[in-house]
Structure formats: C-alpha cells, structure tokens
Design a protein around this ligand. Structure first.
Ligand code: ZN
Length: 437
C-alpha cells in the first residue's frame, strides 16, 4: 500500500486537531452565503493550505432543473432605536441578517418589523441562522432576550446588501493518483459563523487533502468546496462525464462536535465505501452509528440522486438537527472539540487506507496450505513495519484469495481489522504466495 499514515495516532492526533481548530478560527468571522465575497475570502484562506482552483459560474446558468442565482453581498445591517442605538448589529454577529436579504433602509413600525424577525424562544440567548435564497425577502435574526426588549413603536431598519448578477464561486482540488478512478470528497462552504455545520467539514477536507498530497496514492482524489445544494448540482451539471470516474465518495459535515461518529450510507447501501466506513468504525472500539441513506441532509442527496446514484456516503458526528446548537449562534468555537476533530481526521484517514489497499488476489498455491514455516512466515516480522503478522490473518488471506474476495471482504468475514489482513497479504505477496488478480 502506498499511503502511509502521516500521523502517529497516539502522539500526533492532538496536533492535527489543533491545526484544524486554528483553520476554523480563521474562517469563523467570515460572512459566507451560497455566493459572494465570503466564499471567495474563505477559498483564499484555504489556498494557504492547498493549491485549489477557484471556479466562477455566472448567475443565470442553467444547471439541470435549477438556475445559478444572483450573487449576494452584504456590508452592513442594523436595527436602530429612536436614540440612534443599534439594537441589532450585523457587525457583532453575521447571523443577524437572513442570508440573501434584499437591501432595505426605512423607518418601520414594530408591528410590521415583527413579521421579519426570527428568534429561538426555547434558547433565549441564542441567535438563529436563517436563509431566504430562492425567494426575495428580508429578515433579521436576534435572541429572544433582545426581542423582548423591543418596546418602541418605530425603528430604523437598514440592510446594506447587493443582490445582482454575478457568480457562484466554488473551489476544487485534484490529486492525481496512479489510477484515473477518483475518490470524491465534498463539503459545503455556504454558512456564515457556524463552526460544526460547515467549518469543521472544510477543515477536515483541507487537512486530509494536504496530507494526501504529500503521499503517492492509488486513486485520484477530488475535493470540492461548494455551496450546499446549488454547488453540488452545478458541479454535477458541468462535470457529468467526470462523475463516471467517481469510484468512492464522502460528504463531510459536522465533524467537530463531541458526539460519536455517524456514517450515513450511500443510496446503493452496499457500496465499497459503505463497507469500508462500517468496517473502520466497527474496529475503532468506540461507540458510533451507521445509518441508512435517506433523501435529506447534505449534498449526498445530489450525488445519490437516481440519475447519478454515485457511491457517496456522509461522514459526520451528530447528524444535523439532532443537536440543539444546530443552525444557531451556539454552534460556535466553544461547541467544537479538538479531540473530536482529530478523531474524525484519523477515522476518515483509515477509511481512505482501506480503499487504497482493498484489492483482490489469487493464492498461487491453492491446493492445500502452502508450508509457511519453510518460508519463514511463521512469527516473522513484516517488511515495512515491525508489527508481527497475524498468523490467522495470513491463513484467512490464503484461504479466501480466490480472485473473488477482496481484502475487505476477507477482513469482514474474518472479523479482523483491515490493517492486519493487508499486512498479511503484503507478506504473502513478498513470498509470491499471492498474485494480483
Ligand atoms: Zn446547515
């Protein structure tokens, strides 16, 4: 196997978690949406880590049943009382404005204003995150506490935004492997100051891309940093032919909270990526959950639409909507954990290792067992590693390598970690007891 784990899971994990956290801290203040300068600024920062390509798709471009929307940018927004005090201030929280709000500046009665205000009565200190992408409207978000303090008859509302023809911006990073077939990694980059939902996925994809680019890989890897829904639809519409090269894929989202890892299977349900992810999680000896595909959630919805039906699953921790902080100002830097980020990185990396190393072989001495002792395969030490080869793993590989079973099939049947099976196969290959099928 070409890919070597770039971190020592015991000593290096904290460091990778901290690196990811530092990137999230840099990206946190930026006001992102599905289009606009916030996305450009975000991609510019990612260029400090990986040499990604930035694509600009004009507003009005038809992408399957959808149209690339107008570009939205905002410089300021507030709600002022009669004394000129800003009771809502975009500069203090970019969640204060409903994303894609059209510009407005006027005096407004409290009754009229209330039709455009959003709060979370169950969490009186938190500000909700709201959007109005495909319906021109405006709105402000505030805490229930702030809302209850509004007692004047009239306020001045100002949203200094621009909604006009422009571009949808996305980033793409490609790593050429030995094979043309690709592993697709996709994450959304369209949420403003929200850490778990969007920034954790971006940090995971960026750091995996960075580590992968320093190794030689079997597969080619394509990383997409795209606005949710419309970005995936746009990429698929413009790359329909390329999509046929996607052999495996993962959507990354919500990988920083303290919950356990959740893997949502692809629509196919039994694709190699589904089996690889399940295998890695089962052998992690930590609680996790594996859930079936459903046509809601993140961009797996587009990759797994019936016309594509790509083997793309979703890798996350607590699923969206199952944590109270989801889509609120409480999804902040304090909500994500360095250990969770590191754990997500290591688990995703191990899934890649399974994909990279999963091949089919044929036993060259299939009539009865070969004599392992005379080849020094009993109690021997692996070629590249000092780990002792699992004897049972070797017997499983020899027995099941009939050209029909892949190493992952064998690991699953044998109930042994993939790494043991791979190590056994490497030793048998060295002694020419296996040949590539
Ligand atoms: Zn979201």
């Amino acid at each position: 196997m070409d890919v070597v784990c770039p971190i020592d899971p015991l000593t290096g994990s904290k460091e990778i978690g901290m690196e990811m956290f530092r990137l999230i801290e840099r990206l946190y203040p930026i006001c992102r949406s599905i289009t606009g300068n916030g996305v450009r600024e975000t991609l510019k920062i990612l260029k400090d880590y990986i040499r990604l390509e930035v694509h600009e798709v004009p507003s009005g471009t038809q992408v399957f049943d959808w149209t690339v929307p107008k570009e939205w940018n905002i410089s300021d927004a507030y709600l002022k009382n009669s004394k000129g005090k800003k009771v809502i201030d975009f500069k203090k929280s970019n969640l204060s404005v409903v994303s894609y709000s059209h510009p407005i500046k006027k005096l407004i009665s409290l009754d009229e204003l209330k039709k455009h205000l959003f709060t979370l009565p169950d969490h009186p200190e938190w500000i909700p995150y709201r959007t109005s992408y495909y319906q021109e409207d405006w709105g402000l978000c505030l805490s229930q506490k702030q809302f209850l303090e509004l007692d004047e008859r009239e306020y001045e509302v100002c949203i200094d935004s621009v909604l006009e023809n422009g571009y949808l911006t996305y980033g793409e990073y490609y790593i050429q492997g030995k094979e043309k077939e690709e592993v697709l990694i996709s994450c959304h980059i369209c949420h403003p100051s929200l850490c778990n939902d969007n920034l954790s996925g971006i940090a995971l994809a960026t750091h995996l891309a960075q580590k992968l680019s320093s190794t030689t890989t079997r597969y080619s890897y394509r990383f997409l940093f795209i606005p949710g829904t419309i970005g995936a639809i746009t990429w698929l519409a413009m790359n329909e032919n390329r999509a046929t090269l996607i052999k495996h894929g993962l959507v990354f989202t919500g990988v920083g909270d303290s919950g356990n890892i959740t893997y949502k299977k692809s629509r196919r349900g039994n694709a190699e990526i589904d089996r690889a992810a399940a295998h890695v999680l089962q052998h992690s000896n930590r609680p996790h959950q594996i859930i079936q595909f459903f046509p809601y959630g993140y961009d797996e919805r587009q990759y797994c639409s019936p016309g594509f039906n790509l083997p793309v699953g979703c890798f996350m921790r607590t699923p969206h909507g199952q944590y109270q902080e989801y889509h609120t100002s409480a999804d902040n830097l304090g909500f994500i954990k360095i250990e969770s980020l590191a754990d997500s990185f290591i688990s995703a990396w191990m899934i890649f290792q399974v994909l990279e190393g999963n091949k089919k072989y044929k036993n060259t001495n299939p009539k009865c067992e070969p004599q392992l002792g005379k080849r020094k395969l009993y109690d021997s030490v692996g070629g590249q590693s000092k780990r002792v080869i699992d004897q049972l793993a070797m017997l499983w590989v020899l027995n099941m390598s009939d050209g029909l079973h892949s190493l992952l099939d064998i690991a699953i049947i044998a109930e042994l970690p993939f790494s043991s099976i791979r190590l056994a196969a490497d030793s048998l290959l060295e002694k020419k007891l296996l040949s590539e099928f």
